[in-house]
Design a protein around this ligand. Structure first.
Ligand SMILES: [Zn+2]
Ligand SMILES: [Zn+2]
Length: 156
């Protein structure tokens, strides 16, 4: 079977990222088509790999709804989930990452997990456990960064 990249005759820049991104979009699309997806089948075993919890209801409710402008319609902008072009005057939801989606495409998705299926930009969640994990991850990155600086200072 030809892979996506063979068909499109291009190389993924970051294969791992690309794979994850495609996997997320696939999941989002199967949600849309009404397939009951088993997230358990996906290899997300730790928080690092597991699909994060749903986006906070409050945040989702307050996502801006925008009306597609003639300029956006002319640009043939597509909803990344259903791949239909947005039509002028249509109302769509805008995520904080600026990506646009139809409400019926993105809302069920955000009810499953908190990230944009296109760029994985994360929205806040209502899960304390996950929010703590995220903070811990930031602290860990800061620690690693400090260690690297220290290492650099010692050996340069
Ligand atoms: Zn759509
Ligand atoms: Zn995005």
């Amino acid at each position: 079977m030809a892979s996506y990249f063979d068909e499109h005759n291009c190389e993924p820049t970051v294969p791992e990222e690309q794979y994850r991104q495609n996997a997320l979009l696939e999941l989002a699309r199967s949600l849309l088509s009404g397939m009951d997806i088993e997230l358990g089948d996906v290899d997300f075993t730790t928080w690092d790999q597991r699909l994060p919890p749903p986006a906070s209801k409050k945040v989702v409710d307050s996502l801006p709804t925008i009306t597609v402008t003639p300029k956006q319609a002319d640009a043939a902008l597509k909803c990344p989930v259903c791949l239909l072009e947005f039509e002028e005057g249509e109302t769509v939801r805008k995520l904080p990452c600026e990506h646009l989606f139809h409400s019926p495409c993105i809302l069920p998705w955000l009810g499953k997990t908190n990230s944009c299926p296109l760029c994985r930009d994360e929205l806040p969640t209502d899960s304390l456990e996950y929010e703590e994990y995220k903070q811990e991850k930031v602290r860990q990155q800061q620690r690693e960064h400090r260690l690297e600086c220290l290492h650099g200072a010692m050996y340069s």
